[in-house]
Design a protein around this ligand. Sequence first.
Ligand SMILES: O=P(O)(O)OC[C@H]1O[C@H](O[C@H]2O[C@H](CO)[C@@H](O)[C@H](O)[C@H]2O)[C@H](O)[C@@H](O)[C@@H]1O
Length: 348
Amino acid sequence: MTKQNEASWVESMKALSPTSSTSLPATDYQASWILHHPSALSMFEHIINASKGKEIVMFLDYDGTLTPIVEDPDQAFMSDAMRAEVKNVARYFPTAIVSGRCTNKVYSFVQLAGLYYAGSHGMDIKGPANGYKYKNGNPAVLIQPASEFLPMIEEVYKALVEKTKSTPGAKVENNKFCVSVHFRCVEEKVLEIRPTIKWDKGKALEFLLESLGLADCNDVLALYIGDDLTDEDAFKVLRDRGQGFGILVSKIPKDTSASYSLQEPCNGLFAPVGGVEETDYKRAFQGLNNRRNYPHPSKRRQEENVEIQGELHVYQRWATTNKDSRRVTSLDPSNSFSCKYFTSFFLA
Ligand SMILES: O=P(O)(O)OC[C@H]1O[C@H](O[C@H]2O[C@H](CO)[C@@H](O)[C@H](O)[C@H]2O)[C@H](O)[C@@H](O)[C@@H]1O
């Protein structure tokens, strides 16, 4: 990759990048955004009230939600305190971790049995087999809708490792049913290659609700907490179905289908601060629902896709470690520069 290519690619991606388009001054926009997406902490009582008499189901994204964003993806460890909080939540409610990472990786970070894990953006869903018994200590596979893509993804992974090995700051991550390529050399950015199947975190959420026998119930309240554009699919599903609330983790206003917001990764919610006492939280949740033996499972802001060889999509995200702007953009099929760039760089 030449410096010139890299620089013009950056410019091209910036031009394509979604903006917080508004004519309002920044502070007014922020204030108006927070009115529409109030802090989940300040709305805690409201959420609790809305869940009265309902089955709460928790969906939690991993990176940026249960852990802060860090530079090295292999070092995104979950704190013991957060693990304890998630474990506590999962004692009372069916709880799923929904992540772009492969299920095994996210499971190795979270290390909690009894949860559902929807890795590879929901393309690899595993969960407790026979209630809480894991087969050979591992979660059981519930669905892998992209399994036929495995050999292709493996091939793409190897090709990307080979192609990027001399690129400083590049790191290729095998997320089993998709591949992430992190670049640190110019700005922090991530390319993601995924199968073209119609499956995303929203579909994973629907699948899990159905598996739990809760899809068509009025008495379910699902909460989905996430920070990423890919979480918007799940926020939208919840909004469209009227079965719960999305909570967006973001310091800055963003277009979102989430109802509420959190400024920081979830330790703000699970270890309550800002006026909600821990005892209130536990009492509220404990009083709400003690159902433990739940059944064993038998228009987002569209990311534009690039079809590569008809079977893979390429997405591009921009991220900023621990800072306030986590920009997300995508390769656009109508942008010939992007397509050509990808094709020539990775697949030539
Ligand atoms: O769905 P998620 O659980 O949010 O996973 C999405 C991606 O997360 C990881 O990348 C992000 O977090 C890294 C660690 O903090 C950070 O270094 C990177 O810049 C972020 O993009 C993971 O590495 C990706 O494979 C996931 O797709």
